[in-house]
Design a protein around this ligand. Structure first.
Ligand code: ADP
Length: 435
């Protein structure tokens, strides 16, 4: 860009210098011409005033012509030898209007000549000519000066164009050099939409990179714990010093850790599938009420063992563009949480309801609730209010992150109402945009 602007400026500058030089020369030449003619007029008038028609003056050709065109005298050639001059343009002009001027190649002399002719009272004509060589010599003598000026001007133009280019490009280069503060740099108003967009994208990229890095660190950490447990128990068993009762307990611990690893890896795979560009491909219209009832059925047996009742109280049919797999994932995760973070003999009420154009899925529990300061963050990956409790109950900290992802993918809103020690209610609402 800098090169391009600089090149354009230079071309414009040089072009103007060339044009100016030519124009200046042309003006100078025309002034000179005028001057030459007026000088010649002075000489002619002087000669006429003094009645000196047969004079020789250096560098001038003086011709005295009779009214019939016959050359009476010529200062450069023998007048007798010259042809009739009545056809010469300056003579024609002088005869008809008193004075005549012309520049032309002389038939007699071998160069271009400036002529000035004046009619005398008796009808004769006196003409003075000046060779163009002497005029051109004046012009030529001015040439070095003109060229020096032109070169000087060109040099100044080049410097100015260089400076202007730098001034134009500088704000842009400064912006490119410091992307993080691109918005704060003073630049052109025309660029503000771009800088704003670039800054936003820059921030998005940075934050995505941060999230990814944090996620990778968290995943490694989460995988390490069960693996360390498995390795530890296996090492103890390897010594052969473990009695049968302990052997059984250790095997149980190994199985639990392995199961934990499996759920964790499953959740991670689900998240990365939801992150993939083609995640929307599996969306299709399904009966969410039906799928919710299946999830309730699957989970209520285990819940009942802890004295927790899970009830479905919604409609029988509610179509949502979500696809079976994601519908199962979403309903299962939310109902599982309502059971997991419940109190003994608690209740879980699950509903799918149609309200106008909206479909509302809700899960209400009578559990431990979520303190207000945590409510914003529980949808983040690996965020848990009570890490120990979540782990003990087989949680991965990814369930709600998956739910949130599914909501984003299917254009649903998530709303949460929770009171510590009283319970939690989570709503997922589809079709708000169209309502
Ligand atoms: P986890 O696998 O730990 O359950 P989630 O992402 O599903 O992970 O939930 C994140 C955290 O949100 C949980 O660890 C828990 O602290 C809190 N939470 C989720 N659902 C409920 C609920 N129904 N009642 C109380 N706390 C909940």
């Amino acid at each position: 860009m800098r090169q391009k602007i600089n090149r354009r400026f230079t071309v414009i500058a040089l072009f103007s210098v060339v044009i100016t030089t030519i124009a200046m020369t042309a003006v100078f030449y025309s002034l000179l011409k005028k001057q030459v003619f007026s000088d010649l007029a002075v000489v002619v008038n002087l000669l006429i005033d003094e009645d000196l028609y047969e004079r020789k003056i250096d560098n001038l050709r003086i011709t005295w012509i009779d009214a019939d065109g016959k050359v009476l005298f010529d200062s450069t050639v023998d007048g007798q030898l010259l042809a009739n001059h009545l056809d010469r343009p300056e003579i024609v002009e002088a005869v008809s209007s008193g004075t005549g001027m012309g520049i032309r190649k002389s038939d007699t002399l071998s160069e271009s000549v400036f002529y000035y002719a004046k009619k005398l009272d008796n009808g004769q004509v006196l003409r003075v000519g000046k060779g163009a060589h002497s005029v051109e010599a004046v012009l030529l003598s001015a040439l070095p000066m003109v060229l020096t000026m032109a070169l000087l001007l060109a040099g100044i133009c080049l410097m100015v164009s260089h400076y202007l280019t730098s001034a134009i490009v500088k704000p842009i280069e400064e912006m490119a050099g410091d992307m993080e503060h691109i918005d704060e740099k003073e630049s052109y108003p025309e660029l503000i939409p771009f800088t704003r967009k670039i800054r936003l994208q820059h921030e998005e990229i940075l934050s995505a990179a941060n999230i990814r890095q944090e996620f990778t660190a968290n995943v490694s950490h989460e995988l390490k714990t069960p693996l360390a447990a498995i390795s530890g128990y296996a090492e103890l068993m390897e010594t052969g010093l473990v009695d049968e009762k302990e052997m059984k307990r250790f095997s149980g611990e190994i199985r639990k850790s392995a199961a934990r690893l499996l759920t964790l890896i499953n959740d991670i795979i689900k998240l990365s599938q939801l992150d993939a560009g083609n995640a929307k491909d599996i969306l299709e219209v399904v009966n969410l009420a039906e799928i919710t009832k299946e999830s309730v059925e699957m989970l209520s047996f285990g819940a009942a063992k802890n004295g927790i009742a899970v009830m479905y109280e919604g409609d029988d049919k509610a179509d949502v563009h979500i696809g079976k797999e994601l519908a199962q994932e979403l309903t299962y995760n939310l109902i599982e949480n309502a059971i997991r973070y419940n109190k003994p003999n608690g209740r879980v009420t699950v509903k799918v309801q149609k309200e106008g154009a909206q479909i509302i899925f809700s899960v209400e529990d009578t559990g431990i609730g979520i303190p207000p300061e945590h409510q914003e963050r529980i949808f983040e990956r690996f965020y848990r209010v009570d890490k120990g409790r979540s782990k003990e109950l087989g949680g991965t900290g990814l369930g709600l992150a998956i739910v949130k992802h599914i909501c984003n993918l299917t254009d649903a809103d998530v709303r949460l109402m929770s009171k510590p020690e009283v319970g939690t209610k989570i709503f997922i609402v589809w079709g708000r945009g169209s309502a």
